[in-house]
Ligand binder design. Sequence first.
Ligand code: UD1
Ligand code: CA
Length: 453
Amino acid sequence: MKVTAVILAAGQGTRMKSDLPKVLHAVCGQPMVYYAIQDVKAVSTETPVVVVGHRAEAVCEFLGETARCIVQGPQLGTGHAVQQAEVTLKGKTDLVLVTYADMPLLSAETLNRLTETQCANPGPVTMLTVSADAPRGFGRVVRGADGRVQAIVEEAVATPEQLKIKELNVGAYCFSANWLWEALHRLPLSKKGEYYLTDTVAMAVEAGLPVQAIVTDDPVETIGINTRVHLAEAETAMRQRINAAHMLAGVTMIDPQTTYVEAGVTIGRDTVLWPNCYLQGGTCIGENCEIGPNCIIRDTVIGNDCLVLASVLEGALLEDDVDIGPFTHLRKGAHLCKGVHMGNFGEVKESTLGPGTKIGHFSYIGNATIGPNVNIGAGTITCNYDGVRKNPTEIGEDVFIGSDTMLVAPVKLGARSRTGAGAVVTKDVPPDTLAVGMPARAIRKLEKEEKEK
Ligand code: UD1
Ligand code: CA
């Protein structure tokens, strides 16, 4: 049977007290609507429909090609929201899977169970419920003497008896499409002036049609985000889920409680993460690396067998066997080739450091291309910015830069050249040449044994 998902994301999320639409608030680095899309992919190959409303453009922009956006305006309740998809989906799908975009922890397995149950259900709907002590404002599931579901009663209109019910409506349903489109037109208007999707359950029961309910025993899955307190709960639960998946795939975490890995980050086997590391965005880490403690690594690719201690990396690329930190700052476009070593207080931006190159202590390298086996002395700075533009520095292989050298770009240092301590290099230095002073001047060709030092 053909299943199409309709994800509700139009609400303003008043209880978030935010200018940002609720579904764009991030959980482990991704807007919560991202997870809603990921989950339904497991049960439906059709492009999901997302009902948007509040700040619709922002939500659609994020979704891009991953979903079909339908605008609901004004927002008259969850039933009214699903109704907006009728024109698009009528006659095009057998089943409609409805989820709410504010439930990022729902699992694909649960949604699978939901659709499978509905496939076998002669009645029009299967819903998901959970038994929990804390009601969290969820609708209560009313069952009859025969144990069958009779209705979902929203907290706002429940009787004191109904409020005591522990079985709650999670907010995921699989409907027979033809029945759904027709039923939505008959929804009653609630006291709050909304059309509740949840009222479809009582409508089916009244018509003598069987409603199925599957019960999840994992309350974590059912965390729905209405406030920022819920957002923090979801963050913690999602972090635990992400960390567990990495550990089961062969990553060691010394303290998973203080290891913050965003959704979508990849980490190779036998890599060890020390506490207080933040791995963010499109970061990919290879095998057998040691990361942390105390690192922030964003949109960075790291090869195998690397060591990164107490450093900040943003948009960088590290090949294998690179060893950096403590207190290294790699910025966008920093490319450290195999075997590079960087010590404390180095900053690299838009530069390539050739294989085996070393920067031991406090240096700034920007807009530079540095060859293999170069030694950058303590305090070296590429003076790349003249107030108007960024100028390049080129350093050939086996160059030795003396401590406190200022490389006033644009400038080139030929292979195997050297600079003396404190040199201010304003002119290109030819290969195999020693340059000293301020401004530095080439004083002589280097002897063979000097080059081998
Ligand atoms: C809803 C359910 C409740 C359930 C709970 C679980 C209804 C009437 N109630 O309540 O039984 O226990 O979820 O989390 O369905 N939305 C729209 N358009 C609207 C209104 C809402 O798209 O006009 C979207 C929201 O953006 C949100 C979702 O629907 O993603 C749920 O709306 P929300 O207001 O959070 O419903 P709850 O009060 O949580
Ligand atoms: Ca909600």
